[in-house]
Design a protein around this ligand. Structure first.
Ligand code: SF4
Ligand code: SF4
Length: 344
């Protein structure tokens, strides 16, 4: 008997570009998603069929963790209620985007509009398979470019599902503003920089000022429900100067939470244990800076995976030969935190 599971297996739905799945959690070891419908392009859904597939999968999971879910960080002790309802939503099917981030996969930023999920969610609600109290995550692409994006946000907030929008903030949404103001939603914006030039290098679009102005507007709705993300990109923003500028901006916006992650291809390429110690030190610097400013840091998935797996037992010898790393170490770990050893 296996008591491991997760809410997505039982009550989740994820709309992908050409399929429907339980969740959108791609593993670091390429296990693929738990698919519910293949070759899907926005057709109306036979919900009984979906719940039958889910029930069979859950039955297998109760015996032994299924292939797609092995080593997933969402797996935990879970009680399957047997309820045939959907409470967790992921919209990952939109590939339209108004930025061109250097860390993005080539399949995004295209100009093809994808299928419309609004009628599907309406149908789910009307047929009584909807459960409130969960979360609807909009990602992409750029979700504000999705068909019926505003209508979907309104629908979920009206029916009691919290919304989480991952946006470039190049396009402003009044509906998202309202959800934030009513404490029914969160927006996560990847700024990745504190300077206009760095932003341009990463996003390959000259919208830094517009994005900063939109962040300020969203922050007026709620300072706590706006999360600004910093993805560490080797060779571009992996330095103290940029991190300092980033925090100066965050402070001026009045934002209380930031998120930190590592650029996905980098994490994959270096396969966690080979990730440079320079990155680990920057993570520590970032955390210390946030702590000094009383800003909360969320460590996002790829970085948390990398951090969990790092196995440095002591300060690596080469740091002593590198002026930058050495001074960073001295400033952060010897001067300011005298009692804290460098433990890994
Ligand atoms: S355990 Fe992970 S892979 Fe499996 S359904 Fe849950 S989130 Fe998805
Ligand atoms: S905002 Fe997201 S989807 Fe758009 S280019 Fe950047 S990473 Fe890709």
């Amino acid at each position: 008997m296996n008591n491991l599971g997760c809410i997505f297996l039982e009550q989740g739905i994820d709309f992908e570009f050409d399929k429907v799945c339980d969740c959108c959690i791609l593993h670091h070891d390429n296990r693929g998603l738990p698919v519910l419908l293949n070759n899907y392009h926005g057709e109306m859904i036979d919900w009984e069929y979906i719940f039958n597939v889910k029930a069979q999968r859950v039955a297998k999971q109760k015996e032994k963790t299924i292939f797609e879910c092995e080593n997933c960080y969402h797996l935990g002790e879970y009680f399957f209620s047997g309820e045939r309802k959907i409470s967790e939503f992921h919209f990952s099917h939109c590939r339209l985007c108004n930025a061109k981030c250097i860390y993005c996969s080539d399949e995004y930023s295209c100009s093809v509009q994808n299928y419309n999920t609004y009628p599907i969610i309406k149908d789910l609600i009307e047929k009584g398979y909807y459960k409130s109290g969960g979360e609807a995550t909009f990602q992409g692409g750029e979700p504000t470019c999705m068909q019926n994006f505003d209508e979907l946000i309104q629908l979920f907030t009206q029916y009691g599902t919290n919304v989480r929008v991952h946006s470039s903030a190049i396009k402003y949404s009044e509906t998202v503003y309202n959800a934030l103001e009513q404490n029914k939603g969160t927006i996560v914006i990847s700024l990745d920089s504190g300077l206009k030039d760095t932003y341009f290098k990463i996003k390959q679009t000259d919208k830094f000022d517009i994005v900063c102005s939109n962040i300020k507007k969203y922050a007026q709705a709620s300072k706590d429900n706006v999360i600004i993300k910093y993805i560490i990109i080797p060779g571009i923003n992996d330095n103290i100067y940029e991190i300092d500028k980033f925090f100066r901006l965050i402070k001026s916006f009045g934002i209380t939470t930031v998120a930190l992650d590592l650029e996905i291809q980098y994490a994959r390429k270096y396969n966690n244990k080979d990730v440079s110690n320079h990155i680990f030190l920057l993570v520590d610097y970032f955390n210390q800076k946030a702590q000094d400013l009383k800003i909360k840091v969320l460590i996002y998935s790829f970085l948390s995976y990398v951090l969990k797996n790092r196995n440095m037992k002591k300060l690596p010898k080469y740091i002593g030969k590198n002026n930058f790393l050495c001074s960073l170490y001295m400033i952060r770990y010897v001067d300011k935190r005298k009692n804290i050893e460098y433990k890994r």
